[in-house]
Design a protein. Structure first.
Lengths: 379, 272
């Protein structure tokens, strides 16, 4: 177990130009009648990667998964798996298996029979099937439930059966459609880590579809954020959070404050942004924002400091008053109304038991942040 | 629901049921009549049942009916299930509405018209009327009933079960026989029962399409009644009623039980 973190940390084939992607979507478009579910999308997924497709419902993420499984064919473009074009290959001949959102357990078969189903289709000898089924039951800790029918199991147990069934054939790629969607919160958190262990131990490539950003952040090596059938950003969870490429991504993942303004001054690295009310924001790493362009400065609540006295020496200071606050125990969330009327969210970790100068409703307050605490977004 | 029984409700229920079942009850009672005169009660006896089984022409007709019923129900079930699959699965094909309308039209088509048109068809193609033509005719008109029953089950069938089977390497044919059919089997069986029952008590279409040597039981009874009702016929009818009633009750019970079970399973599955 101790090696898990280090394996995951050192795993980054996407940064290696020599690495060959395992699954490639090449300009894939899928239309259902007039509706374009996937729009000219390209994506590369590497072997043994835990890859998450994250997006709101209707963004095309499930369609991508179904095209990979073979239930839908792209209207145009190609999908390659290990260099092989998948077009025209029916689902029952693809080396991928899928875990369905509804689990799709066969109601007339026992747990054992469900797990053995795929192996039987392969024509595996009976003795080998029995052994594999036993291994799978052990893997998902359901040994004593082998003879039960799906309707005699709890939701969590059914989820495990579905998982065991989909990995029993040792597919090259496992597709998971909202794998934890039907579980309650506590079970979901446990299962997240179990899925990560399983993926490491079996050395499989996982492609998981989810609408839950926390789930994607926890489990995935990389996340593709989708909107209207297009990829908005593909990056590691940390990059998606700390360096979103657009307003959409910044808004979609986590909480964010968007300070809109125009670039007043631009030097090689730094820039000054003038907000609507004339407040100046000094930023570093301004990206490709050019002088005079309209941009948003996106900053996460935890990167903003709130204080009751005007802080000295901070690069960016703005005045306001406490509009609302929520004490959550481990942290406090402040909503600060700036002089121009915009409300900025800031959160502070309550790292000591007693706060020296507790802020309260309608108190005068200053927010401050470093020039590199946020990102400048042009899109 | 309001559980109080008003006098009006009781009267209407009694009247309604009397209207429906009094003739049948009378028929059953008189099948146990000692007397040869159908309308005069002369004590209890089962002798007409004995007579019935010694009546060769009636027994022949019963045997024809049984064979027609089993054959036509079986083929109607196969065809009706296929039609139901096509109608629920390929929702986008051209002329689907027309096709589904045409499959279900015989449900409301007057039997006389169905019978007559089938007769014309058989004459036109020069098919001698007999066992084969009755069977074909029964397949034709009972198929749509099977299609309705199976289609209503398929409406609630979770397609991802089939996708999961194919994903695990089962070809479409294997998927159908290992997954789809076992899951919808109760509906298919009750469709078969329905088709068999319909075939068993059909008189109109059979009289149009049957020929010498293929007289079905309802035809035989009808022709005998025209010469005068005998207690023997009452006995035959009582047995028929028994068979039909048993079939219908079993079919609906099986369907109901499976339905309840399935609902419970699916609810539980969704809850999970």
């Amino acid at each position: 177990m101790k090696s898990l973190g280090s394996i995951r940390r050192s795993f980054s084939p996407w940064t290696d130009p020599a690495a060959k992607p395992y699954i490639v979507f090449e300009n894939v478009t899928k239309k259902f009648g007039d509706f374009t579910a996937v729009n000219n999308l390209s994506l590369a997924i590497y072997e043994r990667e835990f890859f998450a497709l994250l997006g709101a419902s209707g963004c095309g993420k499930s369609t991508l998964l179904r095209m990979l499984a073979g239930f839908d064919e792209p209207t145009s473009g190609r999908i390659l798996l290990d260099g092989q074009d998948l077009r025209g290959i029916p689902p029952y001949r693809r080396p991928v298996n899928m875990m369905f959102q509804s689990y799709a357990l066969f109601p007339h078969m026992s747990v054992e029979q469900n797990i053995a189903f795929g192996l039987k289709q392969e024509g595996m000898p009976k003795a080998d099937i029995d052994k594999r089924v036993a291994d799978m039951l052990k893997l998902v800790k359901l040994e004593q439930f082998a003879k039960r029918k799906p309707h005699q199991l709890s939701g969590g147990q059914r989820q495990r059966v579905a998982l065991a069934r989909s990995v029993a054939k040792r597919p090259k790629v496992l597709l998971l459609d909202e794998p934890l969607g039907a579980l309650d919160k506590k079970l979901r958190e446990e299962t997240q880590f179990e899925l990560m262990d399983l993926q490491q131990n079996l050395g499989l490539t996982f492609v998981v579809v989810t609408h839950d950003q926390e789930e994607a952040m926890t489990m995935a090596d990389r996340i593709a954020i989708l909107d209207k059938g297009q990829v908005m950003q593909v990056a590691t969870p940390a990059e998606v959070y700390e360096a979103p490429v657009s307003r959409f991504v910044a808004n979609f993942v986590g909480n964010v404050n968007m300070l809109e303004g125009t670039v007043a001054e631009r030097s090689e690295k730094t820039a000054t942004i003038t907000g609507a009310s004339g407040a100046q924001i000094r930023v570093e790493n301004a990206g490709d924002a050019t002088a005079g362009s309209t941009v948003a400065f996106a900053i996460r609540p935890e990167k903003i400091k709130v204080s009751s006295r005007k802080p000295d020496g901070a690069a960016n200071v703005m005045e306001g008053e406490i509009y609302d606050l929520a004490y959550l125990g481990d942290m406090t969330v402040y909503h600060v109304r700036l002089v121009d009327g915009q409300v900025v969210k800031a959160s502070a970790l309550n790292s000591s038991r007693i706060t020296e100068d507790p802020l309260s409703w309608n108190d005068k307050a200053w927010i401050s942040f470093a020039p590199d605490a946020g990102v400048v977004l042009t899109r | 629901m309001n559980a109080t029984w008003s006098r009006f409700n009781i009267v209407s229920i009694v009247l309604g049921f009397a209207f429906l079942y009094l003739p049948i009850v009378l028929l059953i009672i008189f099948s146990f009549n000692e007397s040869k005169l159908v309308t005069v009660w002369a004590g209890f006896s089962t002798k007409w049942y004995g007579e019935l089984f010694r009546n060769q022409s009636l027994m022949d007709a019963a045997w024809v009916t049984a064979r027609v019923g089993v054959l036509s129900a079986t083929f109607a079930t196969i065809l009706g299930t296929m039609a139901a699959l096509a109608l629920t699965r390929y929702t986008r094909f051209r002329g689907r509405v027309l096709f589904s309308g045409m499959v279900f039209a015989p449900l409301v088509m007057p039997e006389v018209i169905t019978g007559l048109s089938l007769l014309l068809l058989f004459v036109a193609i020069g098919l001698d009327r007999g066992f084969l033509t009755v069977t074909l005719a029964h397949i034709t008109f009972s198929m749509c009933f099977v299609a309705v029953v199976v289609q209503s089950r398929l409406m609630t069938f979770d397609r991802s079960l089939e996708e999961a089977a194919m994903d695990l390497g089962a070809t479409p044919v294997k998927t159908f026989f290992q997954i789809t059919l076992p899951v919808i089997l109760p509906a298919v069986i009750s469709g078969w029962m329905l088709a068999f029952t319909l075939s068993l008590d059909d008189l109109v279409i059979a009289s149009f399409t049957s020929g010498p040597g293929a007289t079905t039981l309802p035809m035989k009874i009808y022709s005998q009644v025209r010469l005068g009702v005998t207690p023997e016929i009452n006995a035959a009818c009582t047995i028929l009623i028994g068979i039909v009633a048993t079939g219908v009750i079993i079919a609906s019970l099986v369907n109901k039980r499976r339905e309840v079970q399935r609902l419970r399973d699916e609810q539980a599955a969704n809850r999970g």
